[in-house]
Write a protein that binds this ligand. Structure first.
Ligand SMILES: Cc1cc2nc3c(=O)[nH]c(=O)nc-3n(C[C@H](O)[C@H](O)[C@H](O)COP(=O)(O)OP(=O)(O)OC[C@H]3O[C@@H](n4cnc5c(N)ncnc54)[C@H](O)[C@@H]3O)c2cc1C
Length: 486
């Protein structure tokens, strides 16, 4: 029997075992169906899984892991697949465990201000449910309309409001996790609001672990009261320098804004030349900022914010407290991503974080590099917390352009590290950034981190190749290990 036939037979065996172990789950093996799972939000790193299982109940997961252990194939968990670092793709083939049907709100405790959710719940849905209790869950990645809370926790997602409210890690009180051996463990819980169990902080370890330390099946999340009053400001400037100075002033306010977003001139032109135009001066660069809190306390800060925004030759400053009008001010920011996606076949959203003082220097460096390599660069990002998200437009069917994107990314990361920044602001490392890990950690430090994975992720069966590039699934009893597909 040739190796291809052997492999097919082996896959059929474990697929059949999965169906028997989880009769209510949906098992996909058809090539057309599997293609849907071959990439994440990055689009251009494609790896076809051998099989996808859409779980209908959390209890099924332990049975799936038992089959995986017995048959020896790698597996990767997937929420909504909106990751921008290659996290939920089957880098070494095997199984994708899709959790989007585990999407219930299990409990809302308004008095204690927490809720319990399943990992497949879409973030914005949670806030819809919470509204009637006057509560909200603050972390707000721009993908909130699609991304799941399990994916948010696994990536430690940030977002627009995170400058003031903090990232996902600040809101995770506890979780249930199914370990590789099928055992269910619980870390933290509602009581984590005000104390410590006097043990290791496993929650912190799990947040941002990108599906490499276990499968999160239940999450306790801290909630906040919906602010009584919100003011949104949109300020237009004639250059980048004015914007970076304004950002610096805003972050130093005694009570800083909730959000500070930067939109560069290339994005302004894109929006204003589209049918989504909102009337921003086409020559301008934009800062969007927002303050919230009790009405009297917020209203009395409006003039101070306006003064800061006007102090660097602003072309125009708009301020709104009416919800509908506020949303209009946000429109350019919200539609930018979708419009960029229409400009070229490939779109790379890079992600890094730098000490804010270097913002202008790094942005200018990226624009110059883009010009040099003939790659359009557009910037729109959460500027308050030092995040950088340059968007590179290219055609992933043209090898020369792919090469240039790699060069641009490599040079950007080298610059970020030189200035004291680090590899990811909020999108995680996945398989896109893992190659840079040895630029910030020594071999000994990487090995130290691997020791944890060696204990909790035996043979690197869970999400191989992610975060630490040396992690490759070993001990596979497949007839032949999967070739990596470009
Ligand atoms: C248009 C757009 C805007 C975005 N804006 C932001 C932003 O502002 N801020 C930000 O931080 N990110 C942003 N992202 C990136 C992305 O949405 C986040 O990383 C998000 O947290 C991923 O959630 P997901 O449900 O799609 O997870 P997936 O992409 O499916 O998975 C992400 C990782 O989490 C793991 N995982 C998923 N579920 C579980 C689980 N239950 N247990 C263990 N591991 C699990 C996966 O294995 C994978 O490694 C954006 C993406 C897009 C496409």
């Amino acid at each position: 029997m040739d190796t291809h036939t052997e492999k097919i037979q082996w896959q059929e065996t474990w697929t059949e075992q999965l169906k028997q172990a989880c009769p209510k789950a949906q098992v996909l093996t058809d090539q057309a169906e599997l293609t849907v799972y071959e990439n994440d939000g990055l689009g251009f790193h494609r790896y076809l899984p051998d099989c996808v299982i859409i779980v209908s109940h959390a209890d099924e997961i332990a049975s799936i892991l038992k089959v995986a252990k017995n048959c020896g194939f790698p597996y990767t968990v997937r929420g909504a697949g909106t990751s921008l670092s290659g996290g939920p793709v089957a880098l070494e083939g095997g199984l994708i465990i899709h959790l989007s049907r585990l999407n219930k709100v299990l409990e809302i405790k308004p008095d204690d201000m927490y809720c319990v959710v399943e990992p497949g719940l879409v973030l914005n849905r949670l806030n819809t449910y919470l509204k009637e209790y006057g509560l909200f869950y603050p972390p707000d990645p721009s993908s909130g309309f699609a991304s799941t809370l399990g994916g948010n926790v696994a990536e430690n997602a940030g977002g627009i409001r995170c400058f003031r409210y903090g990232v996902t890690a600040n809101y995770v009180l506890g979780m249930e996790v199914i370990q590789q051996d099928g055992q269910l463990v619980r870390f933290g819980g509602p009581s984590a609001q005000g104390g410590s169990a006097g043990t290791f902080h496993w929650n912190s370890l799990m947040v941002g672990s990108e599906g490499t330390l276990g499968i999160i099946t239940k999450i306790w999340l801290k909630l906040k009261p919906i602010p009584e009053k919100v003011w949104t400001f949109l300020a237009e400037y004639k250059d980048l320098q004015s914007c970076t100075k304004v950002i610096n002033e805003l972050v130093h306010m005694p009570t800083p804004p909730v959000a500070i977003e930067f939109i560069d001139n290339a994005v302004v032109q894109l929006v204003e030349n589209s049918n989504m135009a909102v009337g921003i001066d086409k020559k301008s660069w934009v800062i969007l900022t927002e303050i919230d809190g009790p009405a009297p306390l917020v209203d009395c800060r409006v003039e101070q914010v306006k003064q800061i925004l006007q102090s660097y030759n602003a072309i125009k400053v708009s301020a709104e407290d009416d919800d509908e009008k506020r949303l209009k001010l946000w429109k350019a920011r919200k539609v930018a991503g979708g419009l960029m996606g229409q400009l070229s076949p490939g779109l790379m959203i890079q992600d890094a974080v730098i000490p804010r003082a270097h913002l202008q220097e790094v942005l200018q460096y990226i624009y110059d590099l883009g010009d040099e390599l003939d790659i359009p660069v557009l910037n729109v990002f959460h500027a308050g917390d030092g995040n950088l998200h340059p968007n590179f437009l290219f055609d992933d069917r043209v090898p020369e352009e792919m090469k240039n994107i790699k060069t641009l990314s490599n040079k950007l990361i080298a610059k970020v590290i030189e200035l004291g920044g680090t590899l990811s602001g909020e999108h995680g490392l996945g398989n896109d950034k893992s190659c840079y890990l040895d630029q910030i950690f020594s071999a000994e430090e990487i090995d130290f981190q691997m020791s944890l994975l060696r204990a909790l992720n035996i043979n690197d069966q869970m999400n191989p190749g992610k975060i630490i590039p040396q992690r490759s699934f070993v001990g596979c009893c497949a007839p032949h290990k999967h070739e990596r597909k470009a």
